[in-house]
Ligand binder design. Structure first.
Ligand code: NAD
Length: 321
C-alpha cells in the first residue's frame, strides 16, 4: 500500500487540480456513475469531538474508499487544526487497501473547491463584492478559491469572534483586495456572493439581510443541528447542493426541510448544472443558495490525485500489505 503523509500534501496538489477533480466527481454523481454511502457522524461524548466516516464509490474511475475523522474544537489551543482526518483508498476489485492519505489539507482544498464551483456556475457574472461569514481555518482556503471565479473588487467579513478576522484581512492583502470588517446587515447589503463557513448551531444570517441576486455558499453546516442561515432564507432561495440526501439530513437545508417549507424536490444537485443538464441561475434577481455538505466522493477524488502526484514526485511511501 501507499502512504502519503499529511505534511507532503500541500506541495503536491494545488487549487486548480483540486477544483477539476471535485467538479468532475460532482458531474459523475449526476450521471449515476458515482454515489456516496450514508454518512456516520457521532458526538463521541469526549472533548466535544464529532467523529465519523464519509465514503463512496465511483464506478467509472473505480475509486472506492472512506474518510475517517472529524472536528475537535479544542485542537487550536494545542497548535493543531480542529479538523483531523485520514483517507483510505481500496482496490475496487479485491477490497485490499491501496492507500492511506492525510486528509486535513485535502479537506480544506476540496471544500474550498466546492464553494468555488458553486460560484462559477451560480453567481451573477457581474459579482463584485464577496462577503465572508466565518474566519476559522477553512475560511482562508474558501476566500482564495472564491476570488478566482469572479472579478471581485473587495471583501467584507463578519465573525462571531472579531479578533479572528485578521486572518481574512491578511489573505485579502495577499490577494491584493481591500478588506473591511462589517456588521451582518452591512455584509448582506454589500455582498453579491456570500460564503458562510462557521461551526454555528444557530442561524447567523437573516433572510431580510440578503439582497436580491445574491449567491450564497453555505459551507459550515455538515452535521445534524448545525445552522448558519435562517430557514426562511433557504426556503426563499433557488437551492442547489452537492447531494440532496445529505442536504436534508446534515446540511443547511435540514431546518427548512424539517419545518416543511422545503421539499427534497425543491433542491437541485450541482452535478447537472456542471454537465449542462440544468440551467442553474435563470434570473439576475433570484437568490441562489448552494448547500455544500461535503461528500465522501470529493475526498476520494482529491486523495486519488494526491496518490498519483506523490508517486510521480517520489514522496509516496510504499509498504507491503
Ligand atoms: P474553525 O474551528 O477553525 O473555525 C470555526 C469558525 O466558526 C470560526 O470563525 C469561529 O469564530 C466560528 N464560530 C464558532 N462558533 C460559532 C458560533 N456559535 N456561531 C457563529 N460562529 C461560530 O473551523 P473550520 O475548520 O474553519 O471549519 C468551519 C466549519 O466548516 C465547521 O463547522 C466544519 O465542520 C465545517 N466544514 C464543512 C465542510 C464541508 O464540506 N461542508 C468541510 C470542512 C469543514
Amino acid at each position: 500500500m501507499i502512504i502519503v503523509p499529511e505534511k507532503a500534501i500541500p506541495n503536491l496538489i494545488d487549487r486548480t487540480t483540486s477544483f477539476k477533480a471535485v467538479e468532475a466527481v460532482f458531474a459523475a454523481m449526476s450521471n449515476g456513475d458515482a454515489y456516496n454511502f450514508p454518512v456516520i457522524r457521532e458526538d463521541i461524548g469526549y472533548v466535544d469531538a464529532l467523529y465519523g466516516f464519509k465514503s463512496g464509490f465511483d464506478k467509472a474511475g473505480l475509486t472506492l474508499g472512506l474518510k475517517s475523522g472529524g472536528y475537535w474544537p479544542g485542537n487550536a489551543e494545542k497548535g493543531l487544526t480542529n479538523h483531523q482526518s485520514s483517507i483510505f483508498l481500496f482496490d475496487a476489485d479485491t477490497g485490499q487497501v491501496k492507500a492511506l492519505v492525510g486528509g486535513n489539507y485535502l479537506t480544506a482544498i476540496r471544500t474550498a473547491a466546492s464553494s468555488a464551483i458553486s460560484i462559477k456556475h451560480l453567481a451573477r457574472e457581474d459579482s463584485k463584492v464577496l462577503g465572508m461569514i466565518g474566519a476559522g481555518h477553512q475560511s482562508a482556503f474558501q476566500l482564495r478559491a472564491a476570488v478566482e471565479q469572479r472579478n471581485f473588487e473587495r471583501i467584507v467579513g463578519w465573525n462571531l469572534h472579531p479578533e479572528r478576522l485578521s486572518r481574512l484581512e491578511e489573505v485579502s492583502a495577499e490577494i491584493g483586495l481591500p478588506f473591511e470588517a462589517v456588521s451582518l446587515e452591512e455584509l448582506g447589503k454589500a455582498s453579491d456572493v456570500i460564503i458562510s463557513i462557521t461551526s454555528s448551531f444557530a442561524p447567523i444570517l437573516k433572510a431580510t439581510q440578503v439582497k436580491a441576486g445574491t449567491h450564497l455558499a453555505c459551507m459550515g453546516t455538515d452535521t445534524k443541528g448545525k445552522q448558519e442561515v435562517e430557514a426562511e432564507l433557504v426556503t426563499n432561495a433557488t437551492v442547489f447542493t452537492d447531494e440532496i440526501a445529505q442536504a436534508i439530513s446534515i446540511g443547511e437545508c435540514q431546518h427548512a426541510f424539517t419545518n416543511g417549507s422545503l421539499k427534497a424536490e425543491d433542491i437541485s444537485e450541482i452535478g447537472p448544472v456542471i454537465s449542462g443538464k440544468h440551467s442553474g441561475r435563470t434570473t439576475t434577481n433570484e437568490i441562489t443558495l448552494f448547500d455544500g455538505t461535503g461528500v465522501g466522493l470529493q475526498d476520494l477524488a482529491v486523495a486519488t490525485v494526491a496518490v498519483e502526484l506523490a508517486l510521480e514526485s517520489g514522496v509516496a511511501i510504499e509498504v507491503e500489505n
